[in-house]
Design a binder for this molecule. Structure first.
Ligand code: ADP
Ligand code: MG
Length: 240
């Protein structure tokens, strides 16, 4: 049997992007494997969210983005989403005045949404289906946001800082959910919590100043203390 490497699910080449005329992504290139979790790392303000939003066509962008071998950089956002790019935005963006069930129903795009999978993954949301999403905790809102993306069959999920601002116990629960999700869909994960990255990510892309400055295995990057200190401004030593 010959060993074959699956082609990447997402390829980004020389992606640049601007917001209100100001360039926020300079020239970003990387590949996302078709399985597992790939982390996007970098200090605050380096352009991680902008890179994700540029892939989705939510901000003005130039460069080449291919999904499963097909160019998507010329498409409007709704077409990119229809091609199977799921998005879990940085600030969750649940509809506060709608119930959990309504938030989930609005996200359904497929003919046969994965309601059972989502219900098994998030029993707490089933129990709270009639509760207004705005009255949920931050962690629960994050679960709603992840659940919405999992209802549809996507080729990739773009997940932006899902553990930001959450209590340590809840961080673990969100990480559990992402780990389960990654068994059915590859994930590009922007994450500042390096313990979460260490646990979940196989590969990592480090961004600084709107450019990719390092790519490799997540473990390798996290184990290189001078690299993490220089590029992430933190020590990745595990404190236990
Ligand atoms: N809506 C906006 N208007 C103007 N500048 C923005 C806006 N959003 C982000 N920026 C700028 O773009 C740069 C990259 O931001 P962002 O992509 O959010 O970084 P990260 O996600 O890595 O923290 C930052 O300098 C930030 O100040
Ligand atoms: Mg961000």
């Amino acid at each position: 049997m010959s060993v074959t490497t699956a082609p990447p699910i997402l390829t980004v080449r020389n992606l640049s992007a601007s917001i209100a005329g100001q360039q926020v992504v300079e020239s970003v290139s990387f590949e996302v494997p078709a399985t597992g979790i790939t982390a996007v790392l970098g200090r605050n303000g380096v352009g991680k969210t902008s890179t994700i939003r540029a892939i989705l066509g939510l901000i003005h962008r130039r460069g080449e983005v291919t999904l499963a071998g097909e160019r998507i950089d010329g498409l409007p956002t709704h077409r990119i989403v229809q091609r199977g790019v799921g998005y879990v935005p940085e600030d969750r963006e649940v509809f506060a005045g709608l119930t959990v069930a309504e938030n989930l129903a609005l996200a359904e795009r497929d003919k046969n949404p994965r309601r059972e999978f989502v219900a098994e993954l998030f029993p707490d949301l089933v129990a709270r289906r009639a509760q207004a999403a705005g009255t949920l905790s931050g962690g629960q809102q994050q679960m709603v946001s992840v659940a919405r993306a999992l209802l549809n069959e996507n080729q990739i999920l773009l997940v932006d800082e899902p553990t930001k601002g959450l209590a340590p116990k809840i961080v673990g629960e969100v990480a559990d959910a992402l780990e389960e999700a990654s068994k059915i869909v590859p994930i590009l994960l922007v994450e500042q919590n390096l313990d979460v990255v260490r646990r979940l990510a196989q590969g990592a892309v480090v961004i600084a100043g709107g450019r990719v400055v390092h790519t490799g295995s997540a473990r390798e990057i996290l184990d290189d203390d001078s690299l993490t200190t220089r590029l992430l401004g933190v020590s990745a030593e595990v404190h236990s």
